[in-house]
Design a protein around this ligand. Structure first.
Ligand code: GLU
Length: 303
């Protein structure tokens, strides 16, 4: 299992933009559970008819193609994960992406999943490789210069993942002299550098690679959003734990092409509707919420 994970990680790192695939047959439990476990009820969304978005160039492309190119992660349990045996995607981000597709008039079989790692997101969106991106993507001013963001639809916080028997790392201030792993182009790695939390930083294209390094004793901690880290800890509860002292706010947005304000506005409408009619809560409860932490939706910010 370790070997396969590693092999997948290596392939993923070799190509920042790794995969584009249609899904296999839907599994018994498409919602997915962080780390496996209780089967969640299947989620499905009513597909809107006769959607028209004349001012959105991206929407015109989707309609001509008859399919959506949805940017996702594939190795973040509870958020965006693929089951390699069935090629089925699951998680909170994936469900939010499917909901948006449905409200744009596209059923789940019309979605192509395009895996884009953190460092390649702005390029993928500005080149039009993906129509929109849903994958733990923090909204910030720097990124807003290159892409547009709908949302936020969730707020995470930077945290630390350590080995279960480690009592020395109790929070960010305890990282001095320790080796920390994170992902190229992510906000957490930038924060470690800017705040000088440690000088020993190891970086990869995916968090899976960092987690493997942590389990093997090559690094002392992995840092990124708590929502992501909790998924890895749930997969290996005997080996790993999340420290639980968040030290940032990471508001997750849906990335769109910079100039496509019409699509951004439409996705904001879809999110607001889902937040008020209970759909957001249903999605959360069937995915990330299975880990036991309750959450409610943040207000959408239109800028
Ligand atoms: N939310 C952070 C970011 O957008 C970390 C997670 C990620 O790399 O996707 O950079």
């Amino acid at each position: 299992m370790k070997l396969r994970t590693l092999a997948v990680g290596l392939v993923v790192s070799a190509l920042a933009l790794t995969a584009c695939g249609r899904e296999g047959a839907p599994p018994a439990s498409p919602a997915g559970t962080p780390g496996g476990g209780t089967a969640a009820p299947a989620l499905s969304y009513e597909v809107a008819q006769n959607v028209s978005l004349p001012d959105s160039p991206t929407f015109q492309k989707m309609q001509q193609r008859g399919r959506i190119q949805m940017g996702v992660k594939n190795d973040q349990p509870g958020l965006g994960q693929v089951d390699p045996t069935t090629n089925t995607y699951s998680g909170f981000d994936v469900e939010i992406g499917r909901l948006i597709a449905a409200k744009l008039g596209f059923s789940p079989d019309k979605i192509d999943y395009v895996v884009v790692q953190s460092a390649a997101r702005e390029d993928a969106l500005s080149r039009g490789d993906v129509d929109y991106y849903v994958g733990t993507y923090t909204i910030n001013d720097n990124r807003k210069q290159r892409v547009g963001f709908a949302g936020p639809y969730f707020v995470a916080g930077q945290d630390l993942l350590v080995r279960a028997d480690d009592t020395s790392i109790t929070g960010p201030q305890a990282l001095q002299g320790k080796t920390v792993c994170s992902v190229t182009g992510s906000t957490p790695i930038q924060r470690v550098r800017e705040q000088g939390l440690t000088q020993n930083i190891v970086e990869f294209q995916t968090y899976t690679q960092c987690v493997d390094q942590l389990v093997q004793g090559q690094v002392d901690a992995v840092t990124t959003d708590d929502a992501i880290l909790k998924g890895y800890a749930a997969q290996r509860p005997d080996e790993l734990k999340v420290v639980g002292q968040t030290f940032s706010k990471e508001p997750y947005g849906i990335g769109v092409a910079l100039a496509d304000t019409a699509l951004r506005n439409k996705i904001n409408d879809i999110l607001e509707q889902a937040e008020s009619d209970g759909t957001w809560q249903k999605i959360y409860d069937a995915t990330l919420g299975l880990s036991g932490s309750p959450a409610s939706p943040p207000a959408v910010e239109r800028y």
